[in-house]
Design a protein around this ligand. Structure first.
Ligand SMILES: C[S@@+](CC[C@H](N)C(=O)[O-])C[C@H]1O[C@@H](n2cnc3c(N)ncnc32)[C@H](O)[C@@H]1O
Length: 274
């Protein structure tokens, strides 16, 4: 069970720690959300699970109770020391004290068979962190607490204003279940933004864009209202030249706007290139 608001305040006082807003320190105090996260990720004994920002250790303890081998990364030195004290008695808890952008999967061995990610993410780093995760071996599932707007962008379909490069990269590799909005009262202190629990399951045939193609898609979405052919014509990337010649053969109108082009067509373009 997570700590209640008063137990959370007591522990923070004991540690001499004030929640740091710039590090997104809104700690989970709702048992149902912790249970739901573990259930969605179907965490079972022996699973390798990456957790970003263990904080006071609420989710961490629940993962350990399930028998998971937890690879956690905590940036805040004081909270890192607190988690380290838990790790002394827990052979299954591996902590990296550092920045998740430098250690996106903690100390997870690169030759690990499969792994999951379960985290109440620090909202400010969720998108750059996700970009690095997508360059590594993909997890089988990700159950993530995100800022509501980020969750909407990740799950967005073409034709919506939230649809962007990150939506394409995620839809190419994962099935994304509809998110659950989570009340601010599930956290201490309450965040000033909305939160959504999002669950992503790796596809049986996940598609990953090459680094060049990923960069080109990001560049294209900087000007999402312009026509695709014109954007490709102006781009200096070699990939853009190839895509320009293939637009119509994969079924993309030259005057389509990037936000109207479905993920499967971006994949078709990228496959044409290789
Ligand atoms: C939303 S809190 C989650 C805390 C805890 N997991 C929970 O659910 O109660 C985010 C956590 O991420 C940590 N954090 C913030 N930026 C980080 C970064 N760049 N790398 C690793 N951890 C970070 C914060 O210190 C905090 O512990």
């Amino acid at each position: 069970m997570p700590l209640s608001p008063s137990q959370t305040r007591e522990l923070l006082e004991q540690l001499g720690h004030r929640p740091r807003k710039q590090l997104g320190q809104n700690f989970l105090i709702d048992g149902n959300i912790v249970r739901k996260s573990l259930e969605l990720a179907n965490v079972s004994s022996g699973d390798h699970v990456v957790e970003i920002g263990p904080g006071l250790g609420t989710l961490t303890r629940a993962l350990l109770e399930k028998g998971a081998i937890v690879h956690a990364v905590e940036f805040d030195p004081k909270l890192g020391d607190h988690i380290e004290s838990i790790a002394q008695d827990e052979a299954n808890l591996h902590l990296v004290k550092g920045d998740a952008l430098d250690h996106p999967l903690g100390d997870l061995p690169s030759d690990i068979g499969d792994y999951k990610i379960v985290a109440n993410l620090p909202y400010a780093i969720s998108t750059p962190w996700m970009a690095v995760v997508l360059e590594r071996q993909l997890p089988s599932v990700m159950t993530l607490m995100l800022q509501k707007e980020a969750a909407q962008r990740y799950a967005a379909k073409s034709g919506t204003k939230q649809f962007g490069a990150i939506s394409i990269f995620l839809h190419a590799a994962f099935d994304i279940l509809p998110g659950h909005d989570v009340s601010g009262s599930c956290f201490y202190p309450k965040p000033d933004v909305g939160s959504t629990l999002l669950h992503l399951r790796r596809k049986s045939d996940p598609y990953r864009f090459s680094p060049e193609s990923s960069q080109l898609i990001r560049d294209i979405f900087q000007q999402r209202r312009k026509q695709i052919a014109s954007l490709l014509r102006k781009s200096k990337s070699d990939t853009a030249k190839v895509w320009l010649g293939k637009l119509e053969s994969v079924g993309i109108e030259p005057n389509a706007r990037p936000e109207q082009i479905e993920t499967k067509l971006w994949i078709a373009l990228d496959k044409e290139q290789s």
